[in-house]
Design a protein. Sequence first.
Length: 315
Amino acid sequence: MNAVLIAVALSLVSAVAYAAAAVAQERLASRSPGAGTLRLLGSGAWWWSVGLNASAALLHVVALRYGPLTVVQPLGALTLVAAVPMGARLAGRRVSAVEWKGTALTLLGLGAILLTASGPAPDDVLSVPEALAVAGATAALIGVLSRPGARPGLRHASASGLASGVASALTQTVTVAATDRSGPVLSVQVVGVALLVAAFAAGGLLLSQTAYRGGLGGPLAMVTLANPLAAAVIGLSLLGERLQGGPAGVLLALAGAGLASWGVVLLSRAAPAAAPVDDDHPVAAVLALEPGSATAEPALVPRPHDPGHLTPATR
């Protein structure tokens, strides 16, 4: 099978797993908007979402071994396709017209970017100085976007997408260098860059959890947009990847970025109120593991005006 086709197939499955994880994270964030990192670490439901993210990331890593960044990363847009209706289904409502329009524009824009991207299986890697320079610049930008006092939402989502995109670019360096038989598997380059991957992947996960406090559609769309753009910048500038079509291809990619940005804006404005949770949904089953979730049975307390009668307590 063609290497690019393998990368595409793996990316499709990875996108669905990322979507389920994003929906679970958003539901947790909406139920515990003030929860800190330590409280999340004690949440069984949050660790289930981490497991989903880890599974998706593993598939993504293998896809990066077979396809270039400019192909694999835009396919992450399919996460948005799955997550928006999945989140609406879990919330017990229909997807709004604005959400469909925003999703469609985001996907059309990223599809245009994908059309201009092509190339063989990757064989170039970042040197240690290049990886450190990319990591330093990215950390500085993430610090600006997620500075204390910033409202959770699109800025945190941008930081999350940036961290995830850089983690993917660094992951490609690790996979290609580790499978290159010309050097040791556990070289300084592989181990050092792998540690950077772990740091950016963990940071991206925590930043997305914060971003989802403001809803799912807009933040997820921003993550979906920032991720491939960050990876594409690294691939085009440092890894020798190219856009097809010359100047026309560049214009198409820019037009695609504009469409996708418009879609993100629409999704950020579509924040319908949450409806009752469907306990039969598979993601709801994950959230039911959280002791303080909305699916837990309400406590029974006496009514103030009728001490002999028990009624569910309000929260």
